[in-house]
Structure formats: C-alpha cells, structure tokens
Design a protein. Structure first.
Length: 185
C-alpha cells in the first residue's frame, strides 16, 4: 500500500463517513455491485474478480462465518504501510448514489492481533484516493462491519479490503460475505 492510501485510510475514520461495527450484517452469498464477495464458487475457493497490492499476501482460508459457505479471503500484513490489501473496481454506480459496503471481518490470531479494514475508495486509482470511507475491526471472532458513502461527481469507485499493518508481530485478517449495495434514496 502506498503511504498516501495508508494516510487516507487512517484519516477516513476521523471523517465520519458512516463506518461502524453495527449489527447491519451481510446477507447470503450475493455481492450486489461487486462479484465474488464470498471468495468461492461451487464450494471451491477462488479469488477471481479481485486485484491485490501483493498477491503473495493473499490466500483462500477454509474458515467462514455461519451461512457464508466454507471459504474466506486471508490477507497478511507485511509491514507498515502494508501491501496486504485487495481491491475491485465498481462500475455500475452514478454520482449521488448512496452505497453500503458490508462484510464479515476477523483477526486470524486468537488474541485479536490482526483484523482488517473495509473501505469505499473514490479516485482514479485505489492507491491514490481522493476520498476514503472505511471501517474495521481487530476482533478475533467474525464481526459484521459496514460503511456508507455518497458517490461524488466524476470519481471512480473502488472497494478495498486490507489487513491491519504491522511492524513487529504477524498480523492477518479474514474477510467474507463482502457486499456493496445501492441504498434507496
């Protein structure tokens, strides 16, 4: 992850874009405006539809929340800032759309050392954002996380999933049931 994106992710929580670890949980296997939010197809793991900061830090994990199949995405942190992130471009949106990104996220390590961030990113590239709205958790149990944002005029929309950065200990996050939906006005 480039330093600008890391700074934007950190500062997005202060911007109050609507991030939460609220009870608004993802439902079922469909991803709405993104594909492959379950990281599996016909019971087999797949990371299709996603690009990565460093593909060596991304893998399929045979661990999923109840009702979400058998597989999830594992992102390992490599340093601070981390390249342990995944992203997907969103094409079927218009300026003024209100979007909700939701996912189940958890730390791999039982002591909560790890976890992840989900974010809606606006800009020409997810690595050089103009605006980031994100939410995250470091809980070691599957935690529903969601964030809402309004699509600005003239901006490309991206979904970003990221492990939490590290400087000393190994940190990893799991992601599943990722959905991006357009909310009714």
């Amino acid at each position: 992850m480039v330093p600008g994106l890391f700074v934007a992710l950190v500062s997005s929580f202060a911007l109050g874009c609507g991030g939460s670890t609220s009870p608004v949980a993802p439902q079922g296997q469909s991803g709405g405006l993104i594909q492959n939010g379950s990281f599996e197809h016909n019971g087999e793991p797949t990371l299709a539809g996603w690009a990565f900061g460093n593909s060596e830090l991304a893998s399929s994990a045979r661990l999923a929340p109840s009702g979400e199949g058998a597989w999830s995405l594992r992102l390992d942190a490599d340093w601070a800032p981390t390249l342990g992130f995944a992203y997907a471009k969103v094409t079927d949106v218009r300026p003024g759309d209100r979007l909700r990104l939701s996912a189940f996220v958890r730390a791999v390590q039982p002591n909560g050392d790890g976890g992840g961030i989900i974010a809606i990113v606006f800009g020409d590239s997810p690595m050089s954002p103009d605006q980031v709205c994100g939410a995250g958790t470091s809980e070691s149990t599957w935690t529903p996380v969601s964030v809402e944002a309004l699509v600005p005029e003239g901006k490309t929309v991206w979904v970003l999933l990221s492990s939490l950065h590290t400087e000393v200990t190994q940190r990893s996050g799991l992601f599943d049931g990722v959905q991006l939906v357009r909310l009714e006005p």
